[in-house]
Design a protein around this ligand. Structure first.
Ligand code: 2PG
Ligand code: MG
Length: 409
């Protein structure tokens, strides 16, 4: 859903809310109509909230005072999970206000956000094949991604990823393992096991000429999706594991494949599992909390206290306002976590997160794959930003990974 705001000077700006397929249970509620129209996914109630109570609460305010505006939205909603107005209505409004403030200053959004502070182009993690809820459950792991850690610029990072994406497509085609593209533009695989995915990705990286550590693997396991009754159930393989055995599976993969980062390896409610995996692998693998943290500053602080991960995925629509997104990012930074701005599986042409990643100097960005225009829109926006900076552009590179994965100086 899209929200457009117009200033008294006639400047207009919009924000579009994305949506997730594998949602954490603690994220802001994506308010949908239910009922028969649009398969229940209509947003007329959320739109009614924007044109009704939200408009009444924010019209006449200063768009540049983001915190005040977001506070008004939060108070008006009154529910901890934003179920009344809808997290989708709130984040689209909050993003529109942010963009309006930047437009009013005639500044690119990232520059408005940076407010003079140093920024870096983010290190991207880019999906090569989909899985889980993004590919009809064909395999259990949700995202098989790569990180071009030896790239010297954002443009080079994309060029290297394009090589791996094409190599993977060719490998899969030649073995009858390629169906099409999944929700985020990565190949929709016909693998028989999760390991076949890891083997194919490793081979694709080598075939592209980056087997010497130039490109490494990142996984989003999205384990909440297959955690039932205390067990991790791999339906693609017909196997299930208790948390201890599951940790051994993950550790085995990490030692056999060039894996640099693993997101949500344990379920959002299995804090003990997250602690165990961080203790076991956190000195050499970036362990990312997504569903675990739900872009919530208090949850980030709690996870840091108990060492449940060492990096935070930051998704604006999980928080529901730009201010709360920023607070979660700051909390992660204070905890010494690496930070990764992230898109959703249901995306749009809105490129705000590309600007947040630069303007907030997040270090890393996850947008999906190297296909489909809602993904390419973000990568292309970053190419434009890098180009506009010319020789002043700084690329975050491998140093943006969590401390454990940073290359030696
Ligand atoms: C995730 C995202 C993006 P979704 O889990 O990190 O891959 O997926 O938007 O479906 O939650
Ligand atoms: Mg995730």
């Amino acid at each position: 859903m899209e929200v457009e705001l117009t200033s008294t000077r006639g400047i207009a700006a919009r924000g579009i809310a994305p949506a997730g397929a594998s949602k954490g249970s603690r994220e802001a509620i994506d308010l949908r109509d239910g009922g028969p129209a649009y398969g229940g996914f209509g947003v007329s109630r959320a739109l009614g909230n924007v044109n009704g109570p939200i408009a009444a609460a924010i019209l006449g305010r200063d768009a540049a005072d983001q915190e005040e505006l977001d506070r008004a939205l939060i108070e008006l909603d009154g529910a901890p999970n934003k179920s009344r107005l809808g997290g989708n209505a709130m984040i689209a409004t909050s993003m529109a206000a942010l963009r309006l403030a930047a437009e009013s200053e005639h500044l690119p959004l990232w520059r408005h956000l940076a407010a003079g502070a140093a920024v870096r182009l983010p290190l991207p993690e880019i999906q090569i094949f989909g899985g889980g809820a993004h590919a009809g459950g064909r395999i259990d792991i949700q995202d098989f991604l790569v990180i071009p850690v030896k790239a010297q610029s954002f443009a080079e990072a994309l060029a290297m990823t394009a090589d791996v994406y094409r190599a993977a497509g060719a490998q899969m085609s030649s073995r009858g393992r390629r169906y099409g593209v999944a929700d985020e533009g990565g190949w929709w695989p016909a693998f028989d096991s999760n390991e076949e995915g890891l083997e194919t990705l490793t081979r694709s990286i080598e075939a592209a000429g980056y087997g010497g550590g130039e490109v490494v693997i990142s996984l989003d396991i999205a384990a909440s999706e297959f955690y039932r009754d205390g067990r991790y159930r791999l339906s693609a393989e017909g196997r299930d594991f208790d948390p201890g055995d599951w940790l051994r599976v993950i550790a085995g993969w990490s030692s056999r494949f060039p894996i640099a980062s693993i997101e949500d390896p344990f379920a959002e409610d299995d804090a003990e599992g997250m602690r165990a995996v961080t203790a076991a692998l956190g000195d050499r693998v970036q362990i990312v909390g997504d569903d675990l943290l739900a872009t919530n500053a208090a949850r980030v602080r709690r996870a840091a206290e108990h060492a449940e991960c060492n990096a935070a995925l930051i998704k604006p629509n999980q928080a529901g306002t730009i201010t709360e997104t920023r607070q979660a990012l700051e909390a992660a930074r204070q905890a010494g976590f690496a930070t990764i701005l992230s898109a959703r599986s249901g995306e749009t042409e809105d490129v705000t997160i590309a600007h947040l990643a630069v303007g907030w100097n997040a270090g890393q960005l996850k947008v999906g794959s190297f296909a489909r225009s809602e993904r390419m829109a973000k990568w292309n926006e970053l190419l434009r930003i890098e180009e506009s900076l010319g020789s002043a552009a700084v690329f975050a590179g491998a140093a943006a990974l969590s401390a454990s994965r940073r290359p030696a100086p």
